[in-house]
Ligand binder design. Structure first.
Ligand SMILES: [Zn+2]
Length: 198
């Protein structure tokens, strides 16, 4: 039960741990922690993830890899375009309110296919179209700005989603006001491997 009885870091410490893990990953100094059988067995006693990550479903952005973490470290919610809906919000509320996870990071990334498709105005078939309403406002906001439209929109989606989570009543906003939770937007570069805070 060593894991469950250990101390949860505060929001700033959790963010520092994430960024340090990303530095190890980028500098090819990954330690691949918490993936051995002995550690896995201790997790049967419960979980205490120090950060929750809302990330894109894109196969190139797995949070456990890019932050060099292991089993039980990160509470990960993934969906194309890293948007939010009631089920995803409920999952994040569970982490923050029941597991006492002190940090939620919303992580967009370069060359996002979902956001690029909405930015291009392409016709989206089937249920893929259900992603568009959450992405379109960010695309509209950054259109005409200098730089790549898709990457600019992906950064804006991360910012807007983080704002939405931070102000989400009744659970997350209360934890933020009480100083128990921070919500930060971030952006992952597929090629450099670097996670930048927005
Ligand atoms: Zn994506």
């Amino acid at each position: 039960m060593g894991v469950v009885s250990s101390v949860m870091p505060n929001s700033d410490q959790a963010l520092a741990m994430l960024m340090e893990g990303n530095r190890r990953f980028v500098n090819t100094q990954a330690t691949h922690p918490h993936q051995d059988p002995e550690y896995r067995i201790t997790l049967g006693g419960g979980q205490m993830p120090f950060a929750a990550i809302l990330a894109c479903a894109d196969s190139r952005v797995p949070p456990e890899v890019v932050f060099d973490e292991g089993l039980g470290d990160l509470f990960v919610v993934r969906v194309a375009g890293n948007i939010i809906n009631d089920q995803l919000l409920g999952s994040l509320e569970y982490a923050a309110a029941h597991l006492n996870t002190p940090l939620i990071m919303v992580m967009g990334h370069t060359r996002c296919g979902a956001i690029g498709a909405v930015a291009s105005g392409a016709e989206l078939e089937g249920h893929i179209a259900s992603l568009a309403p959450a992405i379109q406002p960010a695309v509209d906001k950054v259109r005409g700005r200098e730089g790549d439209l898709t990457d600019n929109a992906a950064k804006e989606v991360a910012r807007m989603t983080a704002d939405e989570l931070r102000n989400s009543e009744p659970v997350l906003a209360g934890l933020v006001k009480a100083g128990k939770l921070k919500v930060v937007p971030a952006f992952y570069d597929l090629e450099t491997g670097v996670v930048e805070l927005l």
